[in-house]
Write a protein that binds this ligand. Structure first.
Ligand SMILES: Nc1ncnc2c1ncn2[C@@H]1O[C@H](COP(=O)(O)OP(=O)(O)OP(=O)(O)O)[C@@H](O)[C@H]1O
Length: 525
């Protein structure tokens, strides 16, 4: 963007800010506009275009950054825009794939099936090599020129964030430059449909053969950065509740399966679809008693770090045992709250959010909402929640909302418990310990000769340096450390042998396992 158009854009933004009196938002006592501040902000963002809309949508899921009233308005941001011409879509497809559309597709519908600010979707049918009609597909095409618009607006966001950080102490506290930097990647990712295809393929692989959910096949030969071709699915949108009801679809099974999918994605695969709004969910009704899901739109996915996974699992347990003290402890243990915070204040804050929630009957309790409130507390205590965790919380809220809409008596915990217990066992049980040992064994074996050399060097130096008491003590200490290392290595070797021989006669692996535990215990004591 040249200097002139940048100035023009800043001037435009400035006009929008004035029109909606957005500066007053920062000074609530001076705000005389009768329209609520969140609504004004939303309308301004809608006027500013796709980058601001996407950014606003992303911020709506950050209770640790944005106050609740504004977040609720931002969540309403609509990303529907008039479609661009089918001929423009064809031109992009042809320039990306290097062949005429009619050569690749037996049919191509010029009217868009759906159109959003970054891309639009057309239905089509592939052409087989012999010219006969092939698979029914959808073709997702990036909006013409969207890359330039996105990139220049992102640059502008950086400029605005820098200005805000420089001139407003209220905004500085929210670290706008960091927030923009964090979302820049998410926004730019949307410009690469190969990435979306890869996300879809990964989810498909994770769930292949499952009776819970189906993901379309990606046609890689026809997929490029600006074009994504995938199998067309024909399920009924989850929005069409009446139609689903008329087909006698079992809503209880459907809602339980939604919860199961969520937990498996989070705890078993650690790869979750993070844009689970109803527009992206379809239902396969070929057996209405055993309905299953079909998902589309894989632009946003997430996965958690091991520690976030554990944080979530433990909070889940505490939450369902209605144990707010444990919830508070968990946050203290994981150093969630900054130094200098009074523990009592923090506990009181956690109690305040937990008590009213825990008083309600199970059917009214939402774990997604509980997490949301936890993150709001985090915001008050100046703690920055990991974006992936927030993404997951948003997904959970969507799944729960959907589940309860389908079946108000949905018992979240009943569905979640077996999955969580499996996870705990797999993560923390003896088999997991053996598995960890096995994974670490090669690295350890490699460094063993080096370790021995180092120890030898130490001994030589000690011997050369006389025999005073301090040195003898040091030598004894090194020897004991070496013994421990050796014992640990022996424990690992037994563990690995037990694993490798687990198919053998029952006694041998069991004896080796017991030996590994005993040695491990001695080494770590
Ligand atoms: N594989 C598919 N089979 C059938 N319909 C599809 C498929 N993929 C997408 N669609 C339809 O196209 C619509 C838009 O697709 P998608 O959500 O991927 O686009 P988008 O540009 O990311 O839109 P938004 O961001 O608003 O969700 C979907 O809501 C769905 O109706």
């Amino acid at each position: 963007m040249n200097a002139f158009s940048r100035l023009r854009r800043i001037w435009q933004i400035q006009r929008v800010l004035r029109r909606y009196r957005l500066r007053e938002i920062l000074k609530p006592h001076a705000d005389r506009d009768p329209r609520p501040r969140g609504e004004r902000l939303r309308m301004a963002i809608e006027e500013l275009g796709p980058v601001f809309i996407k950014f606003g949508q992303a911020l709506s899921t950050r209770p640790d950054i944005v106050p609740a009233d504004i977040a609720a308005e931002l969540a309403k941001l609509q990303d529907r825009v008039p479609p661009f011409a089918g001929s423009a879509a064809r031109a992009i497809i042809e320039s990306e794939l290097g062949k005429p559309v009619d050569e690749m597709f037996a049919e191509f519908d010029d009217r868009a099936l759906a159109s959003a600010s970054v891309a639009q979707v057309h239905t089509a049918r592939l052409k087989n090599e012999d010219g006969t009609p092939g698979f029914d597909v959808v073709v997702k095409v990036l909006r013409p020129g969207i890359e330039a618009v996105m990139k220049s607006d992102i640059e502008l966001l950086h400029t605005l964030a820098a200005l805000a950080e420089r001139f407003s102490s209220e905004l500085r506290r929210l670290r706008p430059r960091d927030v923009v930097r964090e979302y820049e990647k998410v926004l730019l990712d949307e410009l690469d449909l190969m990435r979306e295809g890869a996300n879809c393929a990964q989810l498909r692989r994770n769930w292949l053969g499952s009776k819970l959910i189906y993901h379309p096949l990606v046609f890689w030969d026809y997929t490029r950065t600006r074009v994504l071709v995938m199998e067309r699915i024909y399920g009924i949108s989850i929005r069409e509740l009446e139609r689903l009801r008329a087909l006698d679809v079992d809503f209880k099974v459907l809602s339980e399966r939604g919860v199961e999918i969520f937990f498996k994605q989070t705890f078993v695969h650690n790869f979750f679809h993070a844009d689970m709004h109803p527009g992206n969910i379809f239902v396969d009704v070929s057996d209405p008693r055993q309905p299953s899901y079909q998902a589309v739109d894989f632009g946003i996915v997430g996965s958690l770090t091991a520690s976030d996974q554990r944080y979530l699992a433990e909070n889940f347990y505490a939450f369902f045992n209605r144990d707010y003290k444990r919830v508070a402890e968990l946050h203290l243990e994981s150093e969630w709250i900054p130094e200098g915070t009074r523990v009592e204040d923090f506990e009181a804050a956690i109690r305040t959010i937990c008590e009213p929630i825990f008083q309600r009957p199970l059917r009214d309790i939402s774990f997604g909402f509980f997490l949301l409130r936890l993150f709001q507390v985090a915001r008050r205590f100046d703690y920055q929640v990991q974006p992936q965790l927030v993404l997951l919380q948003k997904t959970l809220l969507q799944i729960e909302g959907l589940g309860r809409q389908l079946y108000p008596d949905l018992d979240l915990w009943k569905t979640a418990k077996p999955i969580m217990e499996d996870w705990m066992r797999a993560r923390l049980g003896p088999a997991a310990t053996f598995e960890k040992m096995r994974a670490q064994a090669p690295g350890l074996a490699e460094s063993l000769p080096e370790l021995a050399q180092q120890a030898l060097r130490h001994f030589k130096r000690l011997d050369a340096g006389g025999k005073d008491r301090e040195l003898r003590a040091l030598r004894a200490e090194i020897r004991s450390a070496n013994r421990r290392t050796l014992t640990l290595v022996a424990a690992m070797a037994c563990g690995v042998a037990a694993l490798l021989l687990r198919e053998a006669a029952p006694l041998l692996p069991a004896a080796l396992g017991a030996m590994a535990l005993l040695l491990g215990w001695r080494a770590l004591r």
